[in-house]
Ligand binder design. Structure first.
Ligand code: TYD
Length: 227
């Protein structure tokens, strides 16, 4: 049997770090591990990732509905070509770095698109394949934005003026105002209320080893023969 888990959360909540640690643990267990990234992983997904993440001049900007449909197109491709065939394999754990809840949180709560339309589109794009477990790394965006800036300052020559424009203008969502990120966070907390059995909220401000142990414990509860 195979399992499908996803990681969700706002910017800078440490998803990538936790996915890396978890992959290491699974690789040395009796399960194999496949990490997929949204948007991305497939050829179309990678093309759309560039397009969706890049800041564009105003005249090239796309509507929020187009944005929603492009994220969903990338997901549809990923579900058909990667997730479905791999779920037929044995002893595999698929880890998705973001999945359907990102769309509800960012396009629904962040962009204020209609939630019932998003639900419909999500169901079409996922073919109703939802993760067995979702780890929601939760934190106040104000704290996270400070953490991102500090990290940037350490690694590059970043000034307050160019602080978030240093990665070739590819930080469209991170550039959004704090208000947007607060809506996204509250969105995730609303989604959690609808799927309490699937989503496990973890305080992202804890030490990374504490977080990774919590994740591993929860995964072992879900997959009893994971050793
Ligand atoms: P990514 O580099 O994966 O961000 P992070 O490292 O924070 O996971 O970029 C993906 C961006 O796209 C991120 O800002 C969230 C956004 N996004 C949506 O708005 N809707 C979606 O459906 C998905 C999958 C991502």
């Amino acid at each position: 049997m195979s399992y499908f888990i996803s990681f969700e959360g706002g910017e800078g909540t440490g998803k990538s770090t936790q996915i890396k640690i978890l992959k290491g643990k699974i690789d040395s267990s009796n399960y194999k591990c496949l990490v997929i990234q949204e948007p991305g992983t497939t050829q179309l997904g990678n093309k759309l990732r560039n397009l969706l993440k890049k800041e564009t001049p105003k005249e090239e900007s796309i509507t929020y509905m187009s944005e929603l449909l492009l994220f969903s197109a990338a997901r549809s491709e990923l579900v058909t070509k990667i997730i479905k065939p791999n779920l037929k394999k044995n002893n595999l754990i698929i880890i998705a770095d973001r999945y359907v809840d990102s769309t509800t949180a960012y396009q629904g709560f962040g962009r204020n698109l209609d939630l019932s339309e998003i639900k419909l589109i999500n169901n079409i794009a996922t073919q109703m394949i939802y993760p067995d477990i979702t780890f929601l790394l939760d934190s106040n965006p104000k704290i996270m934005s400070h953490r991102i800036m500090t990290k940037d300052n350490q690694s590059k020559n970043v000034t307050p003026e160019n602080i978030r424009k240093d990665i070739k203008g590819s930080r469209k969502f991170e550039e959004e105002p704090l208000d947007f990120h607060n809506r996204v966070r509250n969105g995730y907390l609303e989604i959690l209320k609808s799927y309490p059995g699937r989503i496990i909220k973890i305080d992202a401000n804890q030490d990374k080893n504490i977080i990774s142990n919590l994740i591993w414990q929860n995964l072992q509860n879900k997959i009893p023969n994971l050793k």
